[in-house]
Design a protein around this ligand. Structure first.
Ligand code: PLP
Length: 393
């Protein structure tokens, strides 16, 4: 057999293993010091009660002859898709039920969607960004061009007409920078994609953190997006489903290439290679979109947002340049005194025992920057900012 040699071009991810190694070494040498982790991208609050009850009820149903379910529809149960339709309608987006596909999370679909596209497409990826976009396309052997996100453009790059791309990734609110595109900026991308017959793969995994009603939560709030964009969303950060696993992908029927409808292609792909998300999980996800569920998840989101504010306020006090944190769980800061990302990592670990994520791990433009997250406990977040405040004072 011959292997897919493209895998040899996927760069090793040393980011989190190097962090773990440095933290373990420090902990072994300083057993009396408490280390606070503000680098994690995983949630820490438990699932909401209404979700847990729905999961329990669904598990009970599976043990009763009359309510037992076997294979479900590959694209998801109607009871969940109807709820997601209403969720979109609440921010002004009309979707047909068969434009929504339930998945086991955004990461799988971000990788799987590439089945629909030929290898000889040029892929445009912002730098810095969530590394999955680059790695999945490298595995497939596609050509990647980068678009710079930096302080000059507030980490929100816009298209450059001199660069041609066929597949464009946008992540808003962004991981790692927390930057959010406004409607005018997204319109520029939508117009560019429609003009160039390109597709936008819009990752809105963090849309639930947006609090400003004028900022778009979905790319379909932008006129023209249904003919050029696929949207990926997730219950991971929205409702603490990182370990429970559920998300959804929207493929509008208006998105076509010649006379081929991409929605039909994706349906064919999913019915061939995927057997759906477990019934029990979809009932848990359905509960997230009930009135009660929305209130409960909002409490958790507010908890993380307050953590972000606590971190941001301390950085402001010490004049440390940063963005994010407002409509995102991520705070993206400029390392003080022109330190590199890893120098600042060591500096924080050695002096105040705070662990963050070096920006250089998300692309070349991340060098000199650092990501802190609001997913820690309130107690740890307060302790971390107190240490930082004392040290910087
Ligand atoms: N997209 C972005 C930008 C992310 O940061 C993450 C996870 O951290 C994902 C997608 C993956 O989400 P899921 O847990 O639904 O696979």
């Amino acid at each position: 057999m011959n292997i897919n040699k493209n895998y040899q071009n996927v760069s090793e991810s040393y980011l989190f293993s190097t962090i773990a190694k440095k933290v373990n070494e420090f902990a072994a040498a300083n057993p009396d010091k408490k280390i606070i982790r503000l680098g994690i991208g995983d949630v820490t609050l438990p699932l909401c009660k209404v979700v847990v009850n729905a999961l329990k009820n669904a598990a009970e149903e599976m043990g009763v002859q009359e309510t037992f379910r076997g294979y479900g529809p590959e694209q998801g149960y109607d009871f969940l898709k109807t709820k997601i339709q209403s969720y979109y309608a609440s921010h002004g987006v009309e979707l047909d039920s068969d434009e929504i596909f339930i998945s086991d999370g955004a990461k799988s679909d971000l990788g799987n969607i590439l089945d629909l596209f030929a290898v000889d497409n040029t892929v445009m990826v912002p730098d810095p960004v969530y590394p999955v976009y680059v790695d999945t396309n490298t595995m497939a052997g596609r050509k990647i061009v980068y678009i710079d996100a930096n302080a000059e453009n507030n980490f929100l790059p816009l298209p450059d007409d001199s660069v041609k791309a066929d597949i464009i990734y946008l992540c808003s609110p962004n991981n790692p920078t927390g930057a959010v595109y406004n409607k005018e900026q997204l319109k520029v991308w939508v117009d560019y994609a429609n003009k160039n017959n390109a597709v936008i793969l819009f990752d809105s995994a963090y849309e639930c953190f947006i609090t400003d009603e004028n900022l778009p939560r979905s790319i379909y709030e932008i006129e023209g997006a249904k003919t050029c964009a696929i949207e990926f969303c997730s219950l991971s950060k929205m409702a603490g489903f990182t370990g429970t696993r559920c998300g959804y992908t929207v493929v509008p029927k208006a998105l076509v290439s010649g006379d081929v409808i991409l929605n039909k292609m994706w349906l064919r792909r999913q019915t061939t290679k995927f057997n759906g998300v477990p019934y029990i999980i979809q009932r848990g996800a359905e509960a997230v979109f009930t009135e009660e569920g929305q209130v409960e998840i909002q409490e958790n989101l507010n908890y993380y947002k307050e953590n972000a504010k606590i971190i941001s306020d301390t950085l402001k006090k010490h004049n440390i340049w940063h963005i994010g944190g407002k409509h995102s769980p991520y705070i993206w800061l400029k390392c003080p005194n022109n330190m590199t990302s890893w120098e600042f990592f060591d500096y924080l670990l050695n002096n105040v025992q705070i662990v963050g994520t070096p920006g250089a791990g998300f692309g070349k433009n991340g060098e000199g920057y650092f990501r802190l997250t609001s997913f820690g406990s309130r107690e740890n977040t307060l302790e971390a900012v107190k240490r930082l405040d004392d040290f910087l004072s």
